[in-house]
Design a protein around this ligand. Structure first.
Ligand SMILES: [Zn+2]
Ligand SMILES: [Zn+2]
Length: 349
C-alpha cells in the first residue's frame, strides 16, 4: 500500500531541516491486524503544522517513517475481538493516532497523554491499523473531508479543558493557523469578550474575523502590547492562547496579560528555544498562570460531538492526491492555504 513517508536526503544533523529529509510515497506492506484492531481505509489525511517539523527530524526518528495523524476513513475490517465498541464494516470514522496502554500509572491517573507505553501508527496511507479504542464514529452530518479535522478539533477541545474559562472573560488568540482558528471558534462558544486574533497574515486575519474575532492585531505592523491594552481598556486579557509556535509571538503574548490571567502556550515551539521571563513582573506581581497543552487526552468523543456546530469549510478546499505529497507539503509550507488535505483513496468521498 502507499504510505506518505519521511525519507532522508542528507545528514540528519544538518542545521537546515529542509536538507535533512523530504516526503515521498513508499510502497509498504499493511501492518498485521491484531485481535482488537480495526483496519481503516483512509479517505483523507490533513497535513498538520507539525508534519514538516517531523520530516525535518524534530523527534530524532531515523527515516524512513510514515507520516500523518489527522485522518478520516471507513472501517474495512475488524479483528476477531474488536467488538466492544460496536464498529462495523463501512462505518465512517476518525480517531486518535496515539494508542494508550490503559494500564500504566498515567493511564490510570487520568493523564493518558503521558502514557509510558504509547505507540503511534501513521495515517497518511491507503490503510491504517488502529486499536478499536482509538476510533470515533463521525456524526452523519460531518463529511469524510471534514472528518479528517477531528484530530485538530480534539486539540482545540483539550485547550478549552485547560482554559479555566468563565463567561465574559477577555481573550486573545495568537496565531491564526488552523489550530488557532479552531481555538477561536471554540472559545467564542464560551462567551469570550474583547476576542482578539493576533496574526501577521492578512488572509488568516480575515478568516479570524469571519469566525467571530471582535478585534484583529497585525504584529508585523502594530505594537501588540499597545493594541491589546487599548482593546481591553488597559486591563489586559484574562486568557491568551498562544497557538503560533513562533518565539516572537510567545514573547509578545505575556505582555498583554491581565492580572491573574492565564497564558496557554499550546503550540509546538522550536525544541531548543528558551524564552526570557521576568518572574518578578509577571508571576510575583501579576500572578500570571502559565501552562501548556500536549496532544488531546479524553477529547475525541467531545470533538466529534461539537464538530457539526463548527465552521470548517475553509479548511477543506485544498486537496492533493496521495501520489503528490511533495506538491501538498509545498502548498502547506507556502502558507496561502488555511489547510492542505491529502486524498488517500480516490473512491472515498
Ligand atoms: Zn496535528
Ligand atoms: Zn499507559
Amino acid at each position: 500500500m502507499k504510505v506518505v513517508s519521511a525519507v532522508k536526503v542528507g545528514n540528519m544533523k544538518d542545521p537546515d531541516p529542509g536538507r535533512r529529509g523530504k516526503v515521498a510515497v513508499l510502497d509498504r506492506p499493511c501492518p498485521p491486524l491484531g485481535d482488537e484492531d480495526i483496519k481503516v481505509k483512509v479517505a483523507y489525511c490533513a497535513i498538520c503544522g507539525s508534519d514538516p517539523h517531523v520530516v525535518g527530524g524534530i523527534f530524532g526518528w531515523e527515516p524512513p517513517f510514515g507520516l500523518g495523524h489527522e485522518i478520516s476513513g471507513v472501517v474495512a475490517e475488524l479483528g476477531p475481538k474488536a467488538t466492544r465498541r460496536g464498529f462495523k464494516v463501512g462505518d465512517r470514522v476518525g480517531g486518535n493516532f496515539r494508542r494508550y496502554c490503559g494500564t500504566c500509572y498515567y493511564c490510570r491517573n487520568g493523564q493518558e497523554q503521558f502514557c509510558e507505553n504509547v505507540s503511534e501508527e501513521p495515517g497518511m496511507a491507503e490503510y491504517l491499523i488502529w486499536h478499536e479504542s482509538q476510533l470515533v464514529k463521525l456524526p452523519d452530518d460531518v463529511s469524510l473531508k471534514k472528518g479528517c479535522l477531528l484530530e485538530p478539533v480534539s486539540i482545540g477541545v483539550r485547550v478549552m479543558d485547560k482554559t479555566g474559562m468563565l463567561i465574559g472573560r477577555r481573550v486573545a488568540v495568537s496565531g491564526a493557523g488552523p489550530i488557532g482558528l479552531i481555538n477561536l471558534q471554540l472559545i467564542k462558544m464560551f462567551g469570550a469578550t474583547s476576542l482578539t486574533m493576533i496574526e501577521p497574515n492578512p488572509q488568516r486575519r480575515e478568516l479570524a474575523r469571519k469566525f467571530g474575532a471582535d478585534f484583529l492585531i497585525d504584529p508585523s505592523s502594530q505594537d501588540v502590547e499597545r493594541e491589546g491594552m487599548g482593546i481591553t481598556g488597559g486591563l489586559g486579557y484574562d486568557l491568551v492562547i498562544e497557538a503560533s509556535g513562533a518565539p516572537k509571538a510567545a514573547e509578545a503574548a505575556i505582555k498583554v496579560m491581565a492580572n491573574a490571567g492565564r497564558l496557554l502556550y499550546m503550540a509546538m515551539y522550536p525544541n531548543d528555544y528558551e524564552m526570557p521571563l521576568n518572574l518578578y513582573a509577571h508571576c510575583y506581581k501579576k500572578e500570571i498562570e502559565i501552562t501548556g497543552s500536549f496532544v488531546a487526552p479524553y477529547a475525541f468523543p467531545r470533538a466529534a460531538q461539537i464538530m457539526s456546530r463548527m465552521d470548517l469549510d475553509d479548511f477543506t478546499d485544498t486537496v492533493y492526491d496521495i501520489d503528490d505529497p511533495e506538491g501538498a507539503f509545498e502548498a502547506h509550507l507556502g502558507g496561502r492555504h488555511s489547510k492542505v488535505i491529502i486524498r488517500c483513496n480516490k473512491d472515498l468521498d
